[in-house]
Write a protein that binds this ligand. Structure first.
Ligand SMILES: CC(C)(COP(=O)(O)OP(=O)(O)OC[C@H]1O[C@@H](n2cnc3c(N)ncnc32)[C@H](O)[C@@H]1OP(=O)(O)O)[C@@H](O)C(=O)NCCC(=O)NCCS
Length: 144
């Protein structure tokens, strides 16, 4: 698995994965708009020319936010998300970030466990954040 920077031409494959794995997927316009921001950082996991996973983040001053993470179902539990998170965290730290935030559905046990293993803790809960139906957990990781 090759972990490399997210390129604009990856957006099509990423849009497909977004549709496959999320109820509220990012569309091409959202992906392209974010990618073009100066403060966007993204990495993809590629295997044999196929995008198997991705992570996207932004930052402002000393705070970063993970916006997107997903790994294709056929390569899960092989450490791909962990490698992507490691890469993005390293670059965020290089930019001066010392606190990273993200939000995740309360029902997404796999993602919550993955983030916890990576050092995130639950900061707060936003009740009914997703269409008034599901809570969002806001998770945080601070630089030691
Ligand atoms: C969440 C997700 C990104 C994890 O990707 P992954 O590459 O499988 O994660 P990793 O292999 O790096 O797993 C790291 C740790 O997370 C935890 N974990 C990951 N998937 C898990 C699962 N299904 N059940 C329990 N724990 C899990 C484990 O502790 C794992 O370590 P271990 O395998 O040594 O036990 C992946 O399941 C996914 O793409 N899900 C759909 C999209 C999504 O929900 N994205 C997050 C949105 S907030």
């Amino acid at each position: 698995m090759n972990i490399r920077k997210w390129a604009f031409t990856d957006n099509k494959a990423i849009e497909k994965l977004e549709k496959a794995y999320f109820e509220d997927p990012w569309n091409m316009q959202m992906l392209s708009g974010s990618f073009l921001l100066d403060n966007f950082i993204g990495y993809v996991a590629e295997d044999g020319g196929e995008i198997k996973g991705y992570v996207g983040a932004t930052y402002c001053l000393d705070e970063g936010e993970i916006l997107l993470v997903a790994v294709k179902s056929d390569v899960r539990r092989k450490g791909v998300a962990s490698q992507l998170l490691e890469k993005v965290e390293t670059e965020l730290c290089d930019k001066g970030v010392n606190r990273i935030l993200l939000e995740v559905r309360r029902s997404n046990a796999a993602a919550i466990r993955c983030y916890e293993k990576f050092g995130f803790t639950i900061l707060t809960v936003r009740k009914g954040y997703y269409q008034g139906k599901e809570d969002a957990l806001i998770m945080e990781k601070k630089r030691d």
